[in-house]
Design a protein around this ligand. Structure first.
Ligand code: GDP
Length: 302
């Protein structure tokens, strides 16, 4: 339900246009496909993904000898789910360790909803019975530490911090020791999100990662990149940059409720081969959902 509600804007724009298209055409021809292509590109599905989808649709229409545009509509959903689920493991689940500490590094540009997502995710994990600890690794942005502490208090999770401007790798070291001493299940690590200086960002993330790797076997178990869905294709290019800097294992796509560009989910999946693990559907603590391709695609039309 929450998912459907969060997709309202994308659905209104996307399926409204598809419905209109289907109503206007008597038969499925080249013009029909061209208009459909435009609609999909407008929803930020991504050019490559759109091309793939349209090709698949063409073949399917031929194979099933579909004449009626209304029948194509059902095939669109089928194909969208297929495209999303194609390829390697697309489990939305977090790679959680059965025993011992799970370390999750959270990366992303300032303003995308990183702190909010960490807060929401801690709450979710806590509800699952996990003991959670936060590491205030964004020592660069003014107010970042305090903001994380506010979320920590809100959801009842401790925050390990140092003063603003201190070395994030040192914060991580402290946080890991604390996590081990307190028998914590999941350590969520915030990081700085300045993209202006890619070299520094890379160095900082590498150093942070090295400490985590050294202190906890097999860690970080997840590197979650937070992206703002309202930025459309910009989110895609941020994902590309972060993938160059570090091994991104999953995406938290925020503000899906505030955009008609929800098609970006498919573009990210198809063009970067990184699964969307969670979506943000609002500002409140409960507004974070595990991603589900079928729910998502059917939410676009339902
Ligand atoms: P950060 O700089 O990346 O840590 O970003 P914040 O966590 O401070 O979030 C920036 C703004 O986006 C805040 O006003 C949040 O309430 C808002 N926000 C975060 N996630 C969502 C979401 O899923 N939906 C909506 N509508 N707003 C969000």
């Amino acid at each position: 339900e929450k998912f459907k509600e969060g997709l309202t804007k994308t659905r209104d724009s996307f399926s409204g246009k598809v419905n209109d298209l289907v109503a206007r055409y008597r038969k499925v021809d080249e013009d029909f496909f061209e208009e459909l292509e435009e609609i999909l590109i407008g929803a930020d599905v991504g050019v490559n993904t759109v091309m793939e989808l349209i090709d698949e649709l063409r073949m399917e229409v031929k194979r099933r000898n579909i004449q009626d545009p209304r029948e194509v509509q059902a095939v669109i959903s089928e194909k969208l789910v297929e495209i999303y689920e194609a390829g390697e493991d697309i489990s939305p689940r977090i790679n959680m360790q059965d025993e011992g500490l799970t370390v999750i590094l959270v990366v992303g540009v300032n303003g995308v909803g990183k702190t909010t997502s960490i807060g929401k995710l801690s709450n979710k994990l806590k509800q699952d019975g996990k003991k959670v600890l936060l590491a205030a690794g964004d020592t660069f942005r003014a107010g970042a530490i305090e903001q994380l502490e506010v979320w920590g208090e809100r959801v009842g999770v401790d925050v390990i911090k140092q003063s603003s401007g201190s070395d994030p790798a040192a914060v991580m070291f402290d946080a890991i020791q604390a996590a081990k001493a307190r028998n914590v299940d999941v350590l969520l690590c915030d990081t700085a999100g300045r993209l202006q200086n890619k070299v520094n960002l890379m160095k900082e993330l590498e150093k942070v990662k090295r400490v985590i790797e050294r202190e906890v076997q097999g860690a970080p178990h997840e590197v979650l990149l937070v992206l703002d869905a309202t930025t459309g294709q910009n989110a895609l290019s941020q994902a590309k940059i972060f993938s160059e800097v570090t091994n991104v294992s999953g995406i938290i796509l925020t503000k899906l409720d505030g955009t008609a560009k929800g098609g970006i989910v498919l573009a990210i999946r198809n063009e970067l081969k990184i699964p969307v693990k969670f979506v943000g559907l609002g500002e409140k603590v409960e507004d974070l959902q595990e991603f589900n391709a079928e729910q998502y695609v059917y939410g676009l039309f339902a």
